[in-house]
Design a protein around this ligand. Sequence first.
Ligand code: PLP
Length: 304
Amino acid sequence: MTSPRLTLIMLDPETPGGRRADAAAPALPVTDLGVARGDGVFETLLAVDGRPRKLGAHLDRLAASARVMDLDLPERAEWERAVEHGLRAHAESFGAEPGGRLAVRLVATRGDDAAAETRPTCWVQVAPSTLPTREASEPISVLLLDRGYDSGAAERAPWLLLGAKTLSYAVNMAALRHAKKHGADDVVFVTSDGKLLEGPTSTLLMARVAEDGTKTLITPERRTGILPGTTQAAIFELAKAAGWELGYGPLESGALFESDAAWLASSVRLLARIETADGRPIGADPALAERLTDELWEMAESIT
Ligand code: PLP
């Protein structure tokens, strides 16, 4: 049964801004390649009080993912209209969400394999965000898990689609289940040659504070095959403006344990502070880690 508070807009070349569909009714044929093969791309973004956050960055990444997969998507303006349509329709049907936070998902599959002409099936869905807000956000434990490829794979084998946000998230979800079965909340993937990557649905951020008080925010380099995080990019920009140094790296897992605080960052959850990795604590000074977390939350919440 579909969530009753889900609003669905199917993009349609005949209907500018898309056509509203019944979210509780079947919307895809079983021959759609998104379902049959996980062949497609998606984005998930946050809307607050009816306004989407960093929609431009998400549309840029959707287009980049589609390019890597040779998918020909509708125009950017059409997605923008469909998002606006979805948010308006959701507010009309359900009123304002308590807390005003919605998760907006943009999906494009390669289309129906059995149709006379296969063209992408595209939709926008809007639903309440069920993820904790800053006040409810608890520190998390992660496991460091082998992603099964080395740090050169993304460049050597572009068909692995490592920097694209494709619909094939079964591996990411399996890693999360593995972590939960072993008592952890989340995952940080590591390459087979020991470089830190990202979470299954998030970017890894780390902070170090030097003796002279200089703060550095660090994230793994995109070249290793991680998804370019829009939250990471926005936080980095804000941190730079606030006087932080920025660092990128092929980083060994030791860097995580040497950091003063670390987080998983993503568009809807925004931030989750990592308290332990493989059972080992991150950051020698919990009070410092909390202060840095407060600073980053300020930045994350101010992203527009
Ligand atoms: N890395 C992966 C694999 C993701 O799935 C996501 C988000 O879903 C992110 C990173 C974070 O990206 P963003 O901050 O743009 O939400």
